[in-house]
Design a protein around this ligand. Structure first.
Ligand SMILES: [Fe+2]
Length: 236
C-alpha cells in the first residue's frame, strides 16, 4: 500500500493517551518511514474534560519543542488536533476566528465523538463549521457503536458536508468484528475520504505491518491515499 501521508495519529509525545516519550515517537516515525510514509499530521486529542492542559497554544508549543527530533526520522510532520464534539464546543468556534484553531490543511478540521454516545450537537456543530467555511472530517465512524450496520445515520451527516476518515486498523479487525464489517461496508459504498492510522503506541505498528488486504479493498483504498496526499498540500 502506498501510504505516504498519515492524517491522524497521536505521535506528539506527552500530551494525550498516545505516545509518552519523545524517543518512542521518533522510533515510530522511523519505522513508518521504512514502510514508505513521508508525511504525518499529528492530531492530539482536544477535549477539555479529559485533557484540560491541551489547547491550540499548548499543543503548538509542545510541537515546537520536539519538531526537530521528530523530523530527524525522515518523516515530515505538521501539527493539528482531533476535536471531541462536546456540549458547549460551539462557544469556542466563532466566525472569523479560525487562526487560533488547530486545523488540518485546506481548512479541514478533524472531529470525533465518544464511542458510546453520539454527540447531541453533532449536526448543529457541523453546520456551524460549514458556515465558518471549514470542512469537518469525522474520525473513524466505523467505531461508533450507536451507528447501525447500515450506517444510515452517517449518511445523514455526510449529507451536511462532512468528510469521513477510516482507521486502517479497523479493516484488520483490531477494534472488533463489528467495526471491521462497518468499515468494509462504508468503504464499499464510497463513503470515506481519508485514511488514518490513529496510532497511539509502538505496538500498533506491528498490527499495521501485519495488515493484508484483498485486492478489492486495496483498490478501494487508493483514492483515499491520494486524498491524504492532497490534504497534506491543502488541496482538498
Ligand atoms: Fe485519534
Amino acid at each position: 500500500m502506498d501510504f505516504r501521508t498519515d492524517v491522524h495519529c497521536h505521535i506528539l509525545p506527552g500530551v494525550d493517551d498516545g505516545f509518552r516519550s519523545e524517543d518512542n515517537s521518533v522510533k515510530a516515525l522511523g519505522l513508518l518511514r521504512e514502510t514508505g510514509l513521508e508525511h504525518s499530521i499529528l492530531t492530539p486529542h482536544i477535549y477539555p474534560e479529559l485533557y484540560p492542559d491541551n489547547n491550540p497554544e499548548s499543543i503548538r508549543n509542545r510541537y515546537a519543542e520536539v519538531s526537530g527530533r521528530l523530523s530527524s526520522s525522515g518523516v515530515e510532520c505538521k501539527v493539528s488536533g482531533e476535536h471531541m464534539v462536546y456540549q458547549g464546543i460551539e462557544d469556542h468556534f466563532r466566525k472569523g476566528q479560525t487562526s487560533g484553531l488547530l486545523l488540518l490543511p485546506g481548512d479541514n478540521i478533524l472531529i470525533e465523538m465518544s464511542y458510546a454516545f453520539e454527540s447531541q450537537n453533532i449536526r448543529e456543530f457541523v453546520f456551524q463549521l460549514n458556515a465558518m467555511g471549514l470542512h469537518p472530517v469525522l474520525a473513524h465512524p466505523e467505531r461508533y457503536s450507536y451507528y447501525s450496520r447500515t450506517m444510515i445515520e452517517v449518511e445523514s451527516i455526510v449529507d451536511i458536508d462532512t468528510r469521513l476518515q477510516l482507521n486502517v486498523l479497523s479493516l484488520g479487525g483490531f477494534y472488533g468484528n463489528t467495526a471491521k464489517v462497518k468499515a468494509e461496508m462504508m468503504l464499499d459504498a464510497g463513503l470515506y475520504t481519508f485514511l488514518g492510522t490513529d496510532l497511539h503506541s509502538l505496538s500498533q505498528i506491528e498490527q499495521l505491518r501485519s495488515l493484508k488486504f484483498e485486492k478489492k479493498i486495496a483498490r478501494a483504498l487508493e483514492p483515499l491515499l491520494e486524498n491524504n496526499d492532497r490534504l497534506w498540500n491543502g488541496n482538498i
